[in-house]
Design a protein around this ligand. Structure first.
Ligand SMILES: Nc1nc2c(ncn2[C@@H]2O[C@H](COP(=O)(O)OP(=O)(O)OP(=O)(O)O)[C@@H](O)[C@H]2O)c(=O)[nH]1
Ligand SMILES: [Mg+2]
Length: 298
């Protein structure tokens, strides 16, 4: 068999599919996708990317059959129409399943960062028996430290407050023995430069392996784009979408993925700790969108 399958690398699935279509035309057949995310210090010089393996027409189909994968036709370069297997392939390229040792949650006020930290802590500590340490930077509001502290004490987890970079370095060192480190940050008005600078300084002191951009699905499209504009040149590596239960439609989630160029890590769907968190697969997301379309809820 001729090697007819080519590799297309791009920052996201939409761009990769566009290139596939430009170069291979209407006959393009996708046989697989892969997502790469740099971890640790590599994030300083490497960007995440997706790879799409695709070929033209029958040759690609044969190669796909040899690999046991079903070839998927690419009909459009942008996010494919919800419902088909192309849509699922697109979603697959936008999901990150990595579970790094240290995670920081950042994002606008009230998005659900602290609640989500508690859900993640329960998942790692209670479900898996890991040693989980918590750090909060949130010293701006009365009660904010208490918020995280309450969860930490209920679960019996070590926790620290870090209001500046030296305190952050100290906290990270003190919790170095933990299997998992979860860092909560203050929701601020990130339209302000000083708020962004302070967050950056705290994050570089903490040097977490992943930085989750926490965004509520009750946010309107324009506001979502605006908020993202403050973070897109920053350290965020993944997207954590909250309040799916309050969103008008699952389409809000698809919209967020179209506008924010980060892979999704988790979705939260309620206020209950620890249950209301979801780590969806592409198939589950595609099914949720399809179900909603069928029930006329879209
Ligand atoms: N409906 C719904 N509410 C949620 C969800 N996650 C969090 N909340 C609620 O959203 C509100 C704000 O949550 P927090 O966890 O305090 O948000 P935060 O991002 O830490 O807020 P700041 O620290 O002020 O930036 C609380 O009332 C939570 O119960 C969710 O998935 N669904
Ligand atoms: Mg908070």
């Amino acid at each position: 068999m001729t090697t007819s399958v080519e590799r297309f690398r791009a920052p996201d699935m939409t761009a990769a599919l566009l290139r596939v279509r430009e170069e291979l035309g209407q006959d393009a057949q996708i046989i697989g996708t892969r997502t790469y995310e740099p971890t640790g210090i590599r994030r300083l010089w490497e960007r995440p990317y997706v790879e799409v393996f695709a070929g033209r027409g029958r040759a690609a189909e044969e190669q796909a059959a040899a690999r046991g994968a079903a070839a998927t036709a690419v009909r459009s370069g942008g996010p494919p129409t919800p419902g088909g297997s192309e849509f699922e392939a697109w979603l697959a390229g936008r999901i990150s399943r990595l579970e790094p040792r240290s995670l920081a949650l950042v994002g606008p006020t009230g998005g659900g960062k602290t609640t989500t930290i508690a859900k993640l802590a329960a998942r790692y500590a209670l479900d898996r028996g890991e040693r989980v340490g918590l750090i909060t930077t949130d010293t701006y509001r009365i009660g904010a430290v208490h918020h995280l502290q309450t969860y930490a004490e209920i679960m019996g987890l070590p926790w620290r407050v870090a209001q500046d970079p030296p305190a952050m370095r100290e906290a990270v060192a003190a919790l170095a023995y933990c299997d998992r480190l979860l860092i909560d940050t203050s929701g601020r008005n990130f339209r302000r430069d000083d708020a962004r600078r302070e967050l950056m300084a705290l994050l570089s002191a903490a040097s977490p392996e992943s930085v989750e951009f926490v965004l509520s699905l009750t946010t309107g499209r324009e506001e979502m784009e605006e908020l993202w504009s403050y973070f897109k040149n920053g350290p965020a590596t993944r997207l954590l979408l909250t309040k799916l239960d309050e969103a008008s439609s699952v389409q809000k989630l698809v919209m967020a993925l179209q506008h924010i160029d980060l892979p999704i890590f988790a979705v939260t769907n309620g206020q209950m700790v620890p249950d209301d968190i979801w780590f969806p697969t592409a198939q589950q997301l595609a099914q949720a969108v399809a179900r909603e379309a069928v029930s006329g809820n879209a």
